[in-house]
Write a protein that binds this ligand. Structure first.
Ligand SMILES: *[C@@H]1O[C@H](CO)[C@@H](O)[C@H](O)[C@H]1NC(C)=O
Ligand SMILES: *[C@@H]1O[C@H](CO)[C@@H](O)[C@H](O)[C@H]1NC(C)=O
Ligand SMILES: *[C@@H]1O[C@H](CO)[C@@H](O)[C@H](O)[C@H]1NC(C)=O
Length: 798
C-alpha cells in the first residue's frame, strides 16, 4: 500500500519552481506484477498561485526501455508498471522524473524502483558429462556423469536440493556449487539390468518450492563375464548300431546371457580318443546348432558306449567356455550270426573221436561252444541238430550227448549238421558240420572164416612150400583189427610143431618147414591162433589138419636075393623038381603105401624062358614043367619088381638057379657068379642062404621092434641099420599095410632131415658104392633117389 503525501503550495507568482517533496523516491516492485500496478506516486509543490503553481509530471531523460515498462501520470505523478518486469532480467530501475509548472519552471527528482524476486523459476538440471555405456564390471563409486543444477531465482528461491530415485545403483554426490557427480553404488550387471532411466529431481527452497527433474538414460555395456552354460548337466544319445554315417544323434544347447558376440555360442568337440581313435572320427558337432552327428557307423560289438566332451564357447575376447559330457549309447542290432567255436570249425567241418566204451546213451561226447557277438535276445542261442547220419543219436542240447549206444563196427562215422540259432529278429544262424568218427575199442576177437582148416600136401614137399592159408577177420580198427597169425606151441611126434610148420604172421599162409614123409606120418594137427594187436589182445584158435599124401618115392626094395656084388647067391633046384614046385621067392618091399607099394613081379629075362614062372604078386618062382636032363644046369633069371605108382618104380635082380642035386656039381661057382646067364647054385646053398637071411631078418625085426617100442628114435635106428653091412634093411616091419607090403617108417628119415641133408646123404652114399655127387642128387626126383639107394644098378625105370 502506497502512501502518497502531496504537498500543495500556493503560488502567488510565478516566482517559485515546483519542488519535489523528496529528491529521491524509492519504491519496490515484485517482479511479474500485473500491468498497471502503481509503483509509486511522486509529488512536487509550487509556491505560486494559479497557473504559476500548476505542476505537471513527466519522465526526465529516460531510456526507451523505461519508457516501455513504466508510465507516469503527469497530473497525479503515479508511476505505473506497464510491462512485465523480471527480476532475473533487471533487478532495479532508476527513473529521473521532472515536475514543471505552467510557466515552465521545473525541477527534478530520482525514483529508484527495486524489483523484488519472486520464485518463478524452477531449477534446471543439466547434464555436463555422462558415460553412456557403463561397463558392467565398473566398480562401485565410479563417477559416471556430472550434473549441473541451475535456478534463476535468487536467495532461497535458488537454493536447490537434488535427488535421484531409489532402487538404482546410482547416487548423486555434491561436487562444487551446483554440481553433482553421478556415482555408481554397486556392481552393475548388464545381464540383470541393461538400461537405467535415472530421474534426477531438483527442488528449490522457494515458497512454494519449484522443482524439475531430468531423466538420464544409462546403458550398461556388456563385458564377457558369462560363459555359455549348457542346459543339461550331461547329454545322452541313443543310436542303434549300423547307423548311417551322418545321422544326427542329439542336440546340445548352451546359453550365454552376454551381449552379441559375447553371448554367441559356438559348439565344438573337445579333442580326445575313443578306443584309440580321435573322437572326430566318431562324431561331429554343428558349431552353430549343437546338433551332434555320427561320422561313421557304429558297431555295438566293438563298443557299446563312449563319451565325448562338447565345448560351448562364446565369441568374446577372451572367450569363455564350458564343457559337457555327451554319452553315446549304441544299441544292439542282430547283425551277427552265431558262430560255433567248438567243436572247432575248420572249413566248417571238424573231426573228433568218440570212445564207444564210455559213449553209452546219455554220455557227453562234446561240448558245443558257440558265440554270438550280439547281446541280449540277439545272442540268446539255441542248438539244433538239423541233419544227422543217424537222427536221434544225439540230443538237441548245448552239449553233444549221445542218446544211443555206439558200435563202431556198425557205424564208423557220424555226420551232424549242427545249427545255433539266435533269438534276434530276423533270426540268424551258424552252422557247423561235425564229423565224428567212432573210436575203436578192441571188442572183437579175430574170427576165422572156417571152423577148421585142412591142408593136403604130398610128401617130399619142398621145405618152405605153402600148404594152405588161414584167414581171420577182425572188424575192429587199426591195430585192434590187425590180425597176426601164429602157431600155438605143441608137439607132433615128439617134436615142436614149429619144426614142421610155420605160419606167416601177416598173411596166414602156412608153410611147411620141412619135407614131410608119408612113411613117417600121414597127418597131424596144429593149432593156429589169430590174435589182434589190441591191448589186451583178443584171439581165437583154429585147428589146421595137415594131411600128407603118399608119393611114389620109394622103389621096391628087393630083400632077396641080395643085391649083386655084396654077396653071391645061387639057388639050387633039384633035378627031380616037378612042374609047379617052388624054387625060390623074390622078396621085395616098398616103403610107399597103397598103389605105390603094390608090387608086381616079372621075369624079364630067362636062360630058358619056359622053365620058370614067377607069381605076379607073391614073387614065388616055380618051375613050369618038370626038369629034364636036357635043361641047362645054370639057369639065370632077371626079375623085375615094379610098384604100381605113377610113375611106377622098379627094381631088378638076378637070380642064379643051379639045377643040381649036388653042390659038388658046381665047379665054377665063381664063374657062375660072374656069368650071370649061366650061374647055378645048388638048392642047399639056396636053402642055407634063405635060412640065414630069414634068421637075420627075424633078428633085426626083434631088435628094432624092441627099441622102437621103447623110444622112437629113427636116426639111431637108422644108424643101427648102417652097422649091418649088406643091408640097410627097414628095421621095422610091424607096420604092414593092406597090400601086405612091408613098410618102413624110418627108411629115409636121414634124407628128410632138414638142414643136414648133405651130411645125411653122404652117409647114405658111403653105404652105397654107387654114389652120385651130392648136389646132383639133391635135384633129382624121388625116382632118382631110388637109383641112389638102388639095389640093382641096371634096374630099368619103368
Ligand atoms: C527409459 O525411458 C525410455 C524413454 O521413455 C523408455 O523407452 C525405456 O523403456 C525406459 N527404460 C526403462 C528401463 O525403464
Ligand atoms: C583199440 O582199442 C583200445 C581199447 O581197447 C583203444 O584204447 C585204442 O584206441 C584202439 N585203437 C585204435 C587204433 O582205435
Ligand atoms: C587159444 O589157445 C591158447 C593156448 O592154448 C589159449 O591160451 C587161448 O585162450 C585160446 N584162445 C581161445 C579163444 O580159445
Amino acid at each position: 500500500q502506497l502512501l502518497l503525501v502531496i504537498h500543495v503550495t500556493v503560488l502567488d507568482a510565478n516566482d517559485n519552481a515546483p519542488v519535489f517533496s523528496q529528491a529521491v523516491y524509492k519504491a519496490s516492485l515484485p517482479e511479474n506484477s500485473p500491468i498497471g500496478t502503481v509503483v509509486i506516486t511522486v509529488s512536487a509543490t509550487d509556491a505560486d498561485e494559479g497557473v504559476n503553481g500548476d505542476v505537471t509530471y513527466e519522465f526526465g531523460h529516460v531510456t526507451d526501455e523505461v519508457m516501455k515498462i513504466f508510465s507516469i501520470d503527469n497530473k497525479v505523478g503515479e508511476i505505473r508498471v506497464m510491462d512485465t518486469v523480471d527480476y532475473e532480467v533487471k533487478a532495479s530501475y532508476e527513473i529521473r522524473i521532472k515536475a514543471k509548472d505552467g510557466l515552465g519552471l521545473s525541477s527534478y527528482a530520482q525514483v529508484i524502483i527495486s524489483i523484488t524476486d519472486v520464485n518463478d523459476n524452477a531449477p534446471v538440471v543439466s547434464l555436463k558429462s555422462l558415460t553412456n555405456q557403463i561397463p558392467e564390471n565398473t566398480p562401485a563409486g565410479t563417477e559416471v556423469g556430472i550434473i549441473n543444477v541451475q535456478d534463476r531465482d535468487s536467495e532461497n528461491n535458488r537454493q536447490v536440493r537434488c535427488s535421484i530415485q531409489e532402487n538404482v545403483p546410482f547416487k548423486l554426490v555434491p561436487s562444487i556449487k551446483n554440481y553433482y557427480s553421478l556415482v555408481t553404488t554397486g556392481q552393475l550387471d548388464r545381464e540383470l539390468v541393461s538400461d537405467y532411466n535415472i530421474t534426477i529431481t531438483a527442488t528449490d527452497e522457494g515458497s512454494p518450492p519449484l522443482s524439475s527433474s531430468k531423466t538420464i538414460q544409462l546403458s550398461v555395456a556388456d563385458i564377457n563375464d558369462n560363459p555359455p552354460v549348457f542346459e543339461e548337466q550331461s547329454y545322452s544319445a541313443y543310436v542303434s548300431e549300423n547307423n548311417k554315417p551322418g545321422s544326427s544323434l542329439c542336440t546340445v544347447s548352451a546359453r550365454d546371457p552376454d551381449w552379441r558376440q559375447n553371448g554367441t555360442v559356438i559348439y565344438s568337440l573337445l579333442p580326445g580318443e575313443v578306443n584309440g581313435a580321435s573322437v572326430s572320427s566318431y562324431l561331429s558337432v554343428n558349431g552353430d546348432t549343437g546338433v551332434i552327428h555320427a561320422v561313421r557307423s557304429f558297431d555295438y560289438e566293438q563298443f557299446r558306449s563312449f563319451k565325448v566332451q562338447v565345448m560351448a564357447r562364446d565369441n568374446g575376447s577372451p572367450p569363455l567356455s564350458s564343457n559337457v559330457t555327451v554319452s553315446v549309447f549304441i544299441s544292439d542290432v542282430n547283425d551277427n550270426s552265431p558262430q560255433i567255436l567248438y567243436p572247432a570249425v575248420e572249413g566248417s567241418s571238424f573231426m573228433t573221436e568218440l570212445v564207444p566204451k564210455a559213449a553209452h546213451g546219455g554220455s557227453l561226447v562234446s561240448k558245443v561252444i558257440a558265440v554270438d557277438a550280439d547281446s541280449g535276445q540277439n545272442a540268446w542261442l539255441s542248438y539244433h541238430i538239423v541233419k544227422a547220419t543217424d537222427p536221434g543219436l544225439f540230443r538237441n542240447t548245448v552239449e553233444l550227448v549221445l542218446d544211443k549206444e555206439l558200435d563202431r563196427e556198425k557205424q564208423k562215422e557220424i555226420n551232424l549238421l549242427l545249427t545255433a540259432l539266435d533269438g534276434g529278429s530276423p533270426q540268424r544262424s551258424g552252422t557247423v558240420v561235425i564229423h565224428l568218427s567212432v573210436a575203436d575199442i578192441n571188442d572183437n576177437p579175430p574170427m576165422f572164416e572156417e571152423q577148421s582148416y585142412s591142408a593136403y600136401v604130398s610128401e617130399n614137399n619142398k621145405p618152405g612150400s605153402s600148404l594152405c592159408a588161414v584167414s581171420a577177420r577182425d572188424p575192429d580198427w587199426r591195430q585192434n583189427g590187425t590180425v597176426i597169425y601164429s602157431l600155438l606151441p605143441g608137439e607132433v611126434n615128439g617134436a615142436s610143431v614149429s619144426s614142421y610148420l610155420s605160419v606167416n604172421g601177416d598173411t596166414g599162409v602156412i608153410h611147411a618147414v620141412r619135407s614131410f614123409d608119408y612113411e613117417q606120418f600121414r597127418s597131424f594137427k596144429v593149432q593156429v591162433m589169430a590174435r589182434d594187436n589190441g591191448s589186451p589182445p583178443l584171439s581165437s584158435n583154429v585147428t589146421v589138419s595137415v594131411f600128407i599124401s603118399d608119393v611114389n618115392d620109394n622103389s621096391p626094395q628087393i630083400l632077396y636075393p641080395a643085391p649083386e656084388g655084396s654077396s653071391f647067391m645061387t639057388e639050387l633046384v633039384p633035378k627031380a623038381a616037378h612042374g609047379g614046385s617052388l624054387v625060390s621067392k623074390v622078396i621085395a618091399v616098398d616103403a610107399d603105401s597103397g598103389q605105390n607099394a603094390w608090387l608086381s613081379y616079372h621075369i624079364v629075362k630067362a636062360t630058358d624062358p619056359g622053365l620058370f614062372s614067377i607069381d605076379l604078386h607073391s614073387g614065388e618062382i616055380r618051375t613050369q614043367r618038370d626038369i629034364s636032363e636036357s635043361d641047362s644046369m645054370k639057369q639065370n633069371l632077371i626079375v623085375a619088381v615094379k610098384d604100381n605108382g605113377q610113375p611106377s618104380l622098379s627094381a631088378t635082380c638076378s637070380m642064379y638057379l643051379l639045377i643040381s642035386d649036388n653042390l659038388a656039381e658046381v665047379p665054377e661057382l665063381k664063374d657062375i657068379s660072374y656069368d650071370e646067364k649061366n650061374s647055378k647054385l645048388t638048392s642047399y646053398l639056396i636053402i642055407a642062404l634063405v635060412s640065414v637071411s630069414t634068421f637075420f631078418l627075424t633078428f633085426i625085426i626083434i631088435i628094432l621092434g624092441v627099441r622102437f617100442c621103447r623110444r622112437r628114435k629113427p636116426r639111431l635106428l637108422f644108424d643101427g641099420a648102417v652097422a649091418i653091412p649088406g643091408a640097410y634093411l627097414p628095421p621095422n616091419y610091424a607096420d604092414v599095410d593092406g597090400t601086405g607090403t612091408l613098410r618102413s617108417t624110418y627108411n629115409y628119415d636121414a634124407y628128410l632131415t632138414t638142414g643136414s641133408r648133405t651130411s645125411d646123404f653122404k652117409f647114405v652114399s658111403s653105404y652105397n658104392d654107387n654114389t652120385l655127387p651130392a648136389d646132383q642128387t639133391l635135384k633129382k626126383s624121388p625116382t632118382d633117389f631110388t637109383d641112389v639107394f638102388g639095389v640093382c644098378d641096371d634096374s630099368p625105370e619103368v
